[in-house]
Design a protein around this ligand. Structure first.
Ligand SMILES: NC(=O)c1ccc[n+]([C@@H]2O[C@H](COP(=O)([O-])OP(=O)(O)OC[C@H]3O[C@@H](n4cnc5c(N)ncnc54)[C@H](OP(=O)(O)O)[C@@H]3O)[C@@H](O)[C@H]2O)c1
Length: 332
């Protein structure tokens, strides 16, 4: 089969595209004919060696997939040949990734595709949708009526946070870097979208929360959180969700934090159990059917352009190019 893989960690140009053996599914595995995959920032951190996992070289890159079940192992209960499926959490903890014509995935990480959802949308929403869901529901305990702030409302995670927070009945405030992207945030359902480039952003937020009420959940998608900035805007017993920036070492104002009974919650989606991720995936499917969650696609490329796709992701997530609005999806 054709696959995008590396034989050593390094820059995006290390990604090769060529023939590798088609995997044979184990007894608990589903063999999937891949229809679409999506790029996530973590794919680039593993590829360049900054996030360290034991990689079985040649190692196929990628976490997310959607496709059609080709055949199943003897112990698989929930799927049969011909089912349309999606999932994430591959390419981690020494597992092979998904950027190939076929992938063999443990049944526990596989979910049915919601009716009407394209393979591209199913792959685009995989890791980011589960992340947004776990952050809001499992970790931050979102309730109807909460005021949710998400920094970066058109990003992979941010665009799902905006939609899922609205679906949960929250008032949503978000930021973006251009007029087009601010309009996109409003289209996703954000009640208020503010430019993160404005020098008046903090004042605008201070004025806004006089109307909305203070922030119950601050969902930070940036790698450089600024507790000094966010804590004054938080409500009593507010939750600050931190999920990016492994190297970030911001100053932390303890006094203003504890006198508001605040909680800071860190999480990495791949630590969630298979059951927790499956529950998130099932509710995402329901939100999709109800028209309340639609994964955003920024670019579709052939799988042979995986190296260019990784470079584009890096340019945006690490260098702030701002040239992407939605996920990069690749098709074998
Ligand atoms: N902990 C976990 O489980 C987990 C899971 C997924 C992702 N992550 C991490 O979360 C981060 C975001 O991932 P992603 O996939 O959503 O990335 P992404 O798609 O690249 O999104 C980045 C977002 O950041 C916005 N942005 C850029 N500069 C900004 C600034 N100065 N202020 C506010 N927003 C700004 C961008 O807005 P514009 O496009 O408008 O410029 C864009 O919306 C990454 O670091 C990733 O590694 C963690």
């Amino acid at each position: 089969m054709k696959a995008a893989y590396i034989t050593e960690t390094g820059p995006a140009s290390n990604i090769r595209y060529g023939e590798l053996p088609t995997p044979v599914p184990g007894e608990n595995q589903v063999l999937i004919r891949t229809q679409a995959v999506a790029v996530n920032p973590i794919d680039t951190y593993i590829r360049n060696g900054n996030v360290k996992f034991q990689l079985p070289f040649p190692w196929i890159i990628g976490c997310d997939f959607s496709g059609v079940v080709e055949r199943v192992g003897s112990e698989v209960k929930r799927f049969a040949a011909g089912d349309r499926v999606w999932g994430s959490n591959q390419g981690l903890f020494g597992r092979q990734g998904t950027f190939a014509e076929y992938c063999a995935v443990d049944e526990q990480w596989v979910y049915p595709v919601a009716e009407g959802m394209t393979p591209e949308a199913a792959a685009a929403g995989a890791l980011v949708g589960i992340t947004a869901h776990l952050g809001l529901f499992l970790h931050a305990g979102i309730k109807s009526g909460d005021v949710v702030f998400v920094n970066g409302g058109t990003g992979g995670v941010g665009s799902s946070v905006v939609q899922l927070a609205k679906a949960a009945g929250a008032t949503v405030i978000t930021t973006a870097g251009s007029d087009d992207k601010l309009a996109a945030c409003r289209k996703l359902g954000a009640d208020h979208a503010l430019s993160y480039r404005s020098e008046q952003l903090d004042q605008a937020l201070t004025d806004l929360i006089k109307v909305t009420g203070p922030i119950n959940i601050w969902f930070e998608t940036q790698r450089t959180p600024n507790p000094d900035r966010c804590i004054p805007l938080m409500a009593l017993r507010g939750r600050i969700v931190l999920m990016a920036g492994r190297d970030a070492r911001p100053e932390f104002p303890v006094g203003p934090f504890y006198v508001k009974d605040l909680r800071a919650i860190g999480f990495a989606m791949f630590n969630a159990s298979a059951e927790e991720q499956r529950q998130a995936a099932e509710q995402l499917n329901q939100f999709y059917r109800d028209g309340r969650w639609k994964p955003q696609i920024g670019k579709v490329l052939p799988l042979s352009e995986a190296a260019a796709a990784h470079q584009l992701q890096e340019d945006n997530t690490l260098s702030g190019a701002g040239s992407l609005s939605g996920k990069i999806v690749l098709k074998p």
